[in-house]
Design a protein around this ligand. Structure first.
Ligand SMILES: Cc1cc2nc3c(=O)[nH]c(=O)nc-3n(C[C@H](O)[C@H](O)[C@H](O)COP(=O)(O)OP(=O)(O)OC[C@H]3O[C@@H](n4cnc5c(N)ncnc54)[C@H](O)[C@@H]3O)c2cc1C
Length: 464
C-alpha cells in the first residue's frame, strides 16, 4: 500500500480478481448502507468493508488486514449491542453473503454459513420438521449469537445454541482453514462454544437439528402493578415445569398499534412469553397457574409454527434504533430484586424499552460449567435490560435508565453477564462472564491467535 493509497484501493489491487465478493470503501455509494449497524447508537467508519463470498475470500481478508497492520472486525448479522461487528479505520470482514443453509434430514444435521441469520435457518429447517435452538428475534446473526452461547425459546428443552453445535469450519489468524469438532482440534471446538469470535472466523457451522415444528407460544401481559405477585409466583413455578414448557419473564410497554388492543396501548406491563411443546390441553394446563395469579390485560399465546414465534417481534425491533444494553446472571430473584424491577420498569424511558429474564435451566444445566467456556450453567436466570428508541436525541436517557436499573438489581446478581448481552464494558466484565474458564480461554487464544488479530469482540487476551 503506497503512502497515498487507501486500504480500499490497496485491497482492490492486491486481492484483485481472485476475490469473489465485494470490496466497499468510503467513496462508494453503498458505503453508508454497508457500514450501518443494527444498533444505530454505534456509528463506525471502517476503511474497507470486504463482503466475502467464500471461505477463501475470508482467508484473503484476514491476510490483507494482517499484512497491512489494520484492525480487523468480523460481521455476522451486525446485531451486536456494542457494535463489535465493525471497527473505525480498519477492515470489516462482512460475512452476509455466506448465508447458505442446508439440511440433511437423515442425520438431522444443519450446515449454516457463518453470515446467515436465524430467520434463514428457520426457513430451511422448518419444512423438515426441525429447528436449531436460537434467539427470540430472527434477524439476529447465527455467527455472533452462537459463538457467545445462544439463549432462546428452546433453551430449557434443548440447551444453548452451542449445545447443539457439532462442528465449525474456522479461518484462523494465520490463514489456515480448519475444522473444530469433538474429534478434530478439540481445544478450538471447546473455545468457540462461548468464547466469541476470539479464535478465528467461523465460515460454516454444523448443528444438530431438533424435532420441533409448532408450539403454543406468545405473550401474556399483566398490569405492571401486578409484578410482585406474578414474579414471586413465576420464580417458584417455572423451575417445577417439565422441559417442554418454558416462558421468559418480561417487562414492556404495550406498543401503540395492532395487533395489540387499543384500550391497553402504551400500558406498562409485566408478562411471560411462552413456548410450549405439546398439545393445546397440556399448554393450557401449564399456563393455568400463572393465569390464576392475576387477571391478564392480554393473553396472546396460541399455536404457532416455531419460525412464527421466533420472528413475532422482528417488526417491533427492526434495524436503526438506538439501543443501550445492560445484563447479569442471577441465581435467584429475591423480594428486593422484584421490587427494584417493578420500580425501574415503572419508569421505562420509551415504549420500546424493557427487560427480559430468561430461564437458564433444564437442558442448559446438563452441561458442566467447564465443558464449554459458558461458565454460568449453574445459574437460574439471564436478565437483560434494554433501553431502545428510534430518536438519537433520547440516547442519554436510554443509557441513564439502563445503568440506573442495572445498578439497582446488580447486587442480587451472580456477578457476571451473558457475553452477548453486554456493551463495551471493560476487561473486568469480560473476565466475570467466563469465571474460572478465562484462564483456559487465554491459553487457547495464545495458541490460535497469539497476536490478538481478532480483538474486536469481548476480548480474551492471549496468555503470556
Ligand atoms: C434484537 C436483538 C435480539 C437478540 N436476542 C437474543 C436472544 O434471544 N438470544 C441470544 O442469545 N442473544 C440475543 N441477542 C444478542 C446477540 O446474540 C448478540 O448481539 C450477537 O453478538 C449478535 O450476533 P451477530 O452475528 O448478529 O452480530 P455481529 O455484530 O455481526 O457480531 C457480533 C460478534 O460476533 C463476532 N462474529 C459474528 N459472526 C462471526 C463469525 N461467523 N465468526 C467469527 N466471529 C463472528 C463478531 O466479530 C462480533 O465480535 C439479540 C440481539 C439483538 C440486537
Amino acid at each position: 500500500m503506497g503512502t497515498a493509497e487507501t486500504p480500499a484501493a490497496a485491497a482492490r489491487s492486491e486481492l484483485g480478481a481472485s476475490f469473489g465478493g465485494e470490496l466497499i470503501g468510503p467513496d462508494d455509494a453503498t458505503y453508508d448502507e454497508a457500514r450501518a449497524l443494527f444498533n444505530a447508537m454505534i456509528d463506525k467508519r471502517p476503511a474497507l468493508i470486504a463482503r466475502c463470498a467464500s471461505p477463501a475470500d475470508v482467508a484473503a481478508v484476514i491476510g490483507f488486514a494482517r499484512s497491512h497492520d489494520l484492525p480487523l472486525a468480523v460481521r455476522g448479522g451486525g446485531h451486536n449491542g456494542g457494535g463489535l461487528g465493525s471497527v473505525d479505520d480498519g477492515v470489516v470482514a462482512d460475512l452476509s453473503l455466506l448465508n447458505s443453509v442446508s439440511v440433511d434430514a437423515g442425520t438431522r444435521t444443519v450446515r449454516v454459513g457463518g453470515g446467515a441469520t436465524w430467520g434463514e435457518v428457520d426457513t430451511a429447517t422448518h419444512p423438515h420438521g426441525l429447528a436449531v435452538p436460537c434467539g427470540v428475534i430472527s434477524t439476529t446473526g447465527v455467527g455472533g449469537l452462537t459463538l457467545g452461547g445462544g439463549i432462546g425459546h428452546l433453551t430449557r428443552a434443548y440447551g444453548l445454541t452451542i449445545d447443539n453445535l457439532l462442528s465449525a469450519r474456522v479461518a484462523l489468524a494465520d490463514g489456515q482453514q480448519v475444522t473444530a469438532s469433538a474429534d478434530e482440534n478439540a481445544e478450538l471446538f471447546w473455545a468457540v462454544r462461548g468464547g466469541g469470535g476470539n479464535f478465528g472466523v467461523v465460515t460454516e457451522f454444523t448443528f444438530q437439528g431438533q424435532p420441533v415444528t409448532d408450539v403454543v407460544g406468545g405473550p401474556t401481559f399483566w398490569a405492571i402493578e401486578e409484578t410482585e405477585q406474578l414474579l414471586k409466583a413465576y420464580r417458584d413455578y417455572l423451575p417445577t415445569l417439565p422441559r417442554n414448557v418454558t416462558g421468559f419473564f418480561c417487562f414492556h410497554t404495550i406498543p401503540p398499534g395492532p395487533p395489540f388492543p387499543e384500550p391497553i396501548h402504551l400500558r406498562k406491563v409485566c408478562g411471560i412469553v411462552w413456548c410450549i411443546q405439546g398439545s393445546d390441553e397440556e399448554a393450557e394446563a401449564a399456563m393455568a397457574p400463572m393465569l390464576a395469579v392475576a387477571e391478564p390485560l392480554m393473553h396472546g399465546a396460541g399455536r404457532v409454527p416455531l419460525p412464527g414465534l421466533n420472528s413475532a417481534f422482528d417488526g417491533l425491533y427492526g434495524p436503526g434504533d438506538q439501543w443501550y444494553w445492560r445484563a447479569d446472571f442471577a441465581n435467584e430473584i429475591p423480594d428486593e430484586a422484584i421490587a427494584a424491577n417493578e420500580e425501574w420498569n415503572s419508569k421505562m424511558p420509551t415504549w420500546k424499552s424493557g427487560s427480559h429474564i430468561y430461564p437458564i435451566d433444564g437442558a442448559a444445566h446438563d452441561v458442566a460449567n467447564d465443558a464449554t467456556p459458558w461458565a454460568y450453567r449453574d445459574t437460574q436466570y439471564s436478565q437483560v435490560i434494554i433501553g431502545v428508541d428510534p430518536d438519537p436525541a433520547g440516547a442519554s436517557a436510554l443509557r441513564d435508565w439502563a445503568v440506573g436499573y442495572w445498578d439497582a438489581v446488580h447486587p442480587y446478581s451472580a456477578g457476571g453477564a451473558y457475553v452477548n448481552f453486554m456493551m463495551d464494558e471493560g476487561q473486568e466484565r469480560v473476565e466475570a462472564t467466563y469465571r474460572g474458564n478465562y484462564v483456559r480461554l487465554a491459553q487457547a487464544k495464545a495458541t490460535y491467535d497469539p497476536g490478538n488479530l481478532f480483538h474486536v469482540n469481548q476480548n480474551i487476551k492471549p496468555a503470556a
